[in-house]
Design a protein around this ligand. Structure first.
Ligand code: UDX
Ligand code: UDX
Length: 477
């Protein structure tokens, strides 16, 4: 028996739901794809005629939206109707770390997953395949199933309502989401019902070769996503720990990373040292893994993974300390330029961005920050700094101490230091010889993303500090 899927719906129009559904709509013109969200402002932005106002910035996304929107791709707040008309419902809502109660600070808060499951239970019609797209703790499918099954018990009026649950975590990385979705390294589908798995495989088969589609049991699928993110984060923490040692010893982290990564058993990816990993997933997923391990009494495993997060925090704090020390031990009332606030290049997302911690530390030290980011809005920056839980409870007034620079000149003018925190390509083209003349002397550039080429600074009186090299920058003449 096969299931015919004509309409699909995705609950959650965020960084995952929006781009994923746009690619599915583009590749499967026969499908009607509806993306729903509780947040009307977000849905209005997805429907904005001006494609530069979409709520998510991703290279290639605008073109997809232009091609598919209001043809077979729809953005709507009509959650009930959309669930009712769909054969398959994806859950792509956020799963933030719990802030209070059992598991606070570690476990994922599943309240949005639960409310989505309850809506599906209530409004679905006929047989519905429910697909978990959000990254969630192992065994979440059990929660979803329980809610769906309990809802069926009182359904004498509509005994034909039935559900199957699949796990199909999304591996896209922000900044390359569209390419990752079009050319995925793999598509993972976990579940028990062969017909439901086949129904999802049939969607992906429109553009992904079958060898790349892995079918597993549902728990392996859920755990694979957490493990993949934990391994990726662990590589970043590993290389960042060595970056500190390079600065002490005179080694150069990019040379070490290249030499290490050329061993095919290690591989070259995810070996770029930087100000620490950010993004909505790594920290949350590792905390989740730690929580689950503790729950099963695996304390040694929990401690092992916790260390990956601790190094990440340490990297951010140590960078602030270096900056303050180089500026004669104080940054009070000094203007510091911040280049880049997004957690990585090619995204407007600032969630868990290392810039938040580093900027907050500098603000606590009394600095005045001038910030430039090509895609992040001032409000977003100000909100993330305001909400950041720093130990001294925001002794500064964020908005008095930060400003948005609209050009590199404005950023540099009168500043003692410029700190590069995001690897935007356009930063590579900055004419430092011109910009640096506007800075107060002695002036410093702290390059935390391997953006600048020290060879361009041979004649310059700028002081340069590079992460993983320190001030011992090798100039190849
Ligand atoms: C995703 C994944 O789903 C999450 O598990 C992963 O770990 C991080 O990435 P993402 O798309 O980045 O989440 O989250 P976000 O951009 O916050 O989008 C989630 C959307 O769901 C929001 O627009 C929110 O309004 C919506 N939502 C949330 C609902 O529509 N209903 C709810 O009940 C809760
Ligand atoms: C990650 C996973 O890569 C993706 O598979 C999953 O679906 C969601 O989480 P994302 O957080 O969007 O994706 O971006 P990613 O490219 O993994 O970068 C995460 C953080 O690590 C960024 O802050 C980035 O700057 C940092 N990073 C990454 C490094 O510092 N060095 C590297 O070599 C790679």
């Amino acid at each position: 028996m096969s299931v015919e899927v004509k309409t699909i719906c995705c609950i959650g129009a965020g960084y995952v739901g929006g781009p994923t559904m746009a690619v599915i709509a583009d590749k499967c013109k026969y499908l009607k794809v509806i993306v729903v969200d509780l947040n009307k402002v977000k849905i209005d932005s997805w429907n904005n005629a001006d494609l530069t106002k979409l709520p998510v910035y991703e290279p290639g996304l605008k073109d997809l939206i232009k091609r598919c929107r209001n043809k077979n791709l729809f953005f709507s707040t009509k959650i009930q109707e959309s669930i009712a008309e769909s054969d398959m419902v994806f859950i792509s809502v956020n799963t933030p770390t719990k802030q209070s109660g059992l598991g606070a600070g570690e476990a994922s808060n599943l309240k949005y997953i639960e409310s989505s499951a309850r809506s599906i239970a209530e409004y679905a019609v006929g047989h519905t395949i429910v697909v978990e797209k959000s990254t969630i703790p192992v065994k979440t499918a059990e929660v979803i199933k329980n809610i769906l099954i309990s809802s069926q018990k009182g359904l004498e009026k509509n005994p034909s309502k039935s559900f199957t649950v699949l796990s199909s975590p999304e591996f896209l990385a922000e900044g390359t989401a569209i390419d990752d979705l079009i050319n995925p390294s793999r598509v993972l589908i976990g579940g028990e019902s062969k017909t439901s798995i086949d129904a999802l495989v049939n969607i992906y088969k429109n553009w992904v070769s079958e060898e790349k589609i892995i079918k597993t049991n549902i728990w392996s699928s859920e755990l694979s996503k957490l493990t993949a993110n934990a391994f990726l984060a662990q590589r970043v923490s590993s290389i960042n720990s060595i970056s500190a040692l390079c600065e002490k010893t005179g080694a150069d982290i990019s040379e070490v990373a290249k030499a290490v990564g050329m061993d095919y058993r290690i591989g070259k990816h995810f070996l770029k040292s930087g100000p620490g990993f950010g993004g909505s997933c790594f920290k949350k997923d590792i905390l989740n893994l730690v929580y689950i391990c503790k729950l099963y009494g695996l304390n040694e495993v929990a401690n092992y993974w916790k260390e990956v997060l601790e190094i990440n925090n340490w990297q951010q704090n140590r960078l602030t300390n270096i900056i303050v020390k180089k500026l004669f031990g104080t940054v009070t009332n000094k203007k510091i330029g911040i280049l880049g606030f997004a957690f990585k290049a090619n995204t407007n997302d600032t969630r868990e961005s290392p810039a938040i911690n580093i900027c907050s530390n500098l603000l606590l030290e009394g600095a005045k920050l001038s910030i430039f980011d090509p895609k992040v809005k001032f409000q977003e920056i100000s909100d993330s700094l305001e909400n950041f839980n720093n130990p001294e409870n925001n002794s500064f007034k964020t908005n008095d101490s930060i400003s948005m620079a609209s050009s590199y000149e404005q950023l540099a003018n009168g500043s003692d230091a410029i700190i590069i925190l995001t690897e935007w390509d356009e930063f590579k083209a900055i004419e430092w010889s011109r910009i640096s003349k506007l800075m107060r002397k002695p002036s410093w550039i702290f390059d935390c993303r391997d953006i600048i080429d020290p060879n361009h600074f041979v004649e310059s009186d700028l002081n340069i500090w590079k992460l993983g090299c320190g001030s011992n920058i090798k100039i190849i003449k």
